[in-house]
Design a binder for this molecule. Structure first.
Ligand code: EPZ
Length: 430
């Protein structure tokens, strides 16, 4: 059968329109937050991605009943019977959010340290320090064991606007006695979507003018139905693909907040982009210009999750671009694979210099993490010739069906080789 891989016949412009899947980085905290209240919450537009599958299994492990039909998930957390989650939690980063949710619901939590893509050390010191401010006590016997019997609202100032730490403080304080104030909270739209979902359930969270988040503890939450907003990183990936390959695409649902910084960079690349209400249109002649300097930053800065797809697009641009990665310390793992496709890239500490040389070509390449896998697809669509991308388990962590979406935009792209068993094995091996 051979290893599963994506095959792309590149060098062709993209035309068409698609609907963008629900947001991975919003649905993971929303699903985890279902632990906080009884009753059945229905989540629509839930993307069918492997990180969601793992999260649903972890919810069942603590006693939730989960029913999934296509893109709708129903979670009944009436009987949360256990405050610990199994070792499988260490396969995804967002399992760390079970810490705040279980402390919030059960006043105790026991979980393995989280995993996630190897883009950096991924410590959880900010999560632990923040929950300690809320009165949570920890014993670290190789696992994260939390005692939240003295949980109480407090003022927490984050030294860095960590997305996950902000989410964990919110999850732990929604049902805690008293008021919690998070200073220097992360501003990513996914945080506000989580707060919107919780407020729909009866929580009292507010984002203040200065960006801080205030949470007034409440006694209980009601069950609701909710539909996830589109995934801005998936949308951004496809916009960069169309910019690099050329063509005219319309993405339904891609006008959400969070694409402003990407739009500014795309315009510098000479691409025409229009963000309308509910959709986004991009027109590109495929001959994009280099961008002198881009650096990743917490929202509203340029998102680190689009750094590798941007690098892939700029590898075929005319001129030299410099990208600085200021969020994760090991997020240039796509560079050796792009070099196999003819890219001229030099890495210097936290920067990459890429000189578009017009000599990009198809090659056999391997994904080493979620967004580097997506970046290789972007490069394969723009480069003339055949590109084969393996390491699909990484891509399937965050993209529901990248081949389906891009085929709808006219790409010559297909999935071949392997079988479900291989799929499972590659997922477990990750
Ligand atoms: C979330 O990860 C996202 N994951 C990431 O998306 C995203 O890249 C990241 O936020 C930044 O936007 C999910 O939402 C599931 P952080 P998270 O805490 O919460 C350091 C993708 O591709 N840090 O904001 O882990 C950390 O090492 C993924 O979809 C500490 O030092 O990000 C990193 O350098 C990848 N100590 C920086 O902060 C801590 O306790 C940003 O991390 C926590 C974080």
């Amino acid at each position: 059968m051979g290893l599963r891989h994506i095959t792309i016949a590149g060098g062709k412009p993209l035309y068409g329109q698609i609907k963008i899947q629900g947001s991975k980085n919003a649905v993971l905290p929303v699903l985890t937050s279902c632990i906080l209240g009884e009753g059945i919450c229905q989540i629509d537009n839930c993307p069918r991605i492997s990180d969601v599958e793992v999260t649903l299994r972890l919810l069942e492990a603590v006693g939730c009943r989960v029913v999934r039909r296509e893109n709708t998930v129903a979670v009944d957390a009436s009987q949360v019977t256990c405050c610990g989650i199994p070792e499988e939690a260490s396969s995804i980063r967002s399992s760390i959010l079970f810490l705040g949710a279980l402390v919030g619901r059960c006043r105790a939590a026991r979980l393995p340290f989280p995993g996630g893509c190897a883009i950096g050390a991924r410590p959880v010191d900010l999560h632990i320090a923040s929950l300690k401010k809320l009165g949570v006590r920890f014993e670290e016997d190789g696992k994260l064991a939390a005692d939240g019997r003295e949980l109480c609202g407090a003022k927490v100032t984050l030294p860095f606007p960590s997305v996950g730490a902000t989410e964990n403080i919110i999850l732990a304080s929604v049902l805690a006695p008293g008021r919690t104030l998070i200073r220097n909270a992360a501003r990513e739209p996914e945080i506000d979507e989580l707060c919107g979902f919780l407020n729909l359930r009866g929580a009292k969270t507010t984002r203040r003018e200065d960006g801080s988040i205030c949470i007034e503890g409440v006694r209980k939450l009601r069950a609701v139905s909710y539909s996830m907003r589109p995934d801005r990183i998936v949308a951004g990936t496809y916009l960069l693909a169309a910019a690099a390959a050329g063509g005219r695409v319309r993405l339904q649902g891609a006008s959400m907040p969070g694409l402003e910084s990407l739009s500014a960079v795309l315009r510098k690349m000479g691409v025409h982009i229009k963000l309308e209400h509910g959709s986004c249109e991009l027109v590109s002649n495929g001959r994009i210009q280099a961008v002198p300097y881009v650096e990743t930053a917490p929202y509203p800065g340029f998102p680190t999750d689009l750094q590798s797809p941007l690098l892939a697009a700029l590898a075929g641009a005319g001129g030299e671009s410099l990208i600085r990665e200021k969020i994760f310390e090991n997020r240039f793992r796509v560079v050796p694979e792009l070099r196999k496709m003819g890219a001229e890239i030099v890495t210097e500490r936290d920067c990459v210099k890429v000189r578009g040389n017009g000599h990009m070509h198809g090659a056999e390449v391997t994904a080493t993490d979620l967004r580097s896998g997506a970046a290789l697809v972007v490069a394969g669509l723009a480069a003339p010739g055949i590109t084969r991308v393996s390491g699909l388990a990484y891509i399937e962590r965050g993209y529901e069906d990248i081949c389906r979406d891009l085929r709808q935009l006219g790409a010559d792209i297909s999935l071949s080789g392997g079988d479900r068993k291989e799929n499972e094995n590659s997922r477990k091996a990750r």
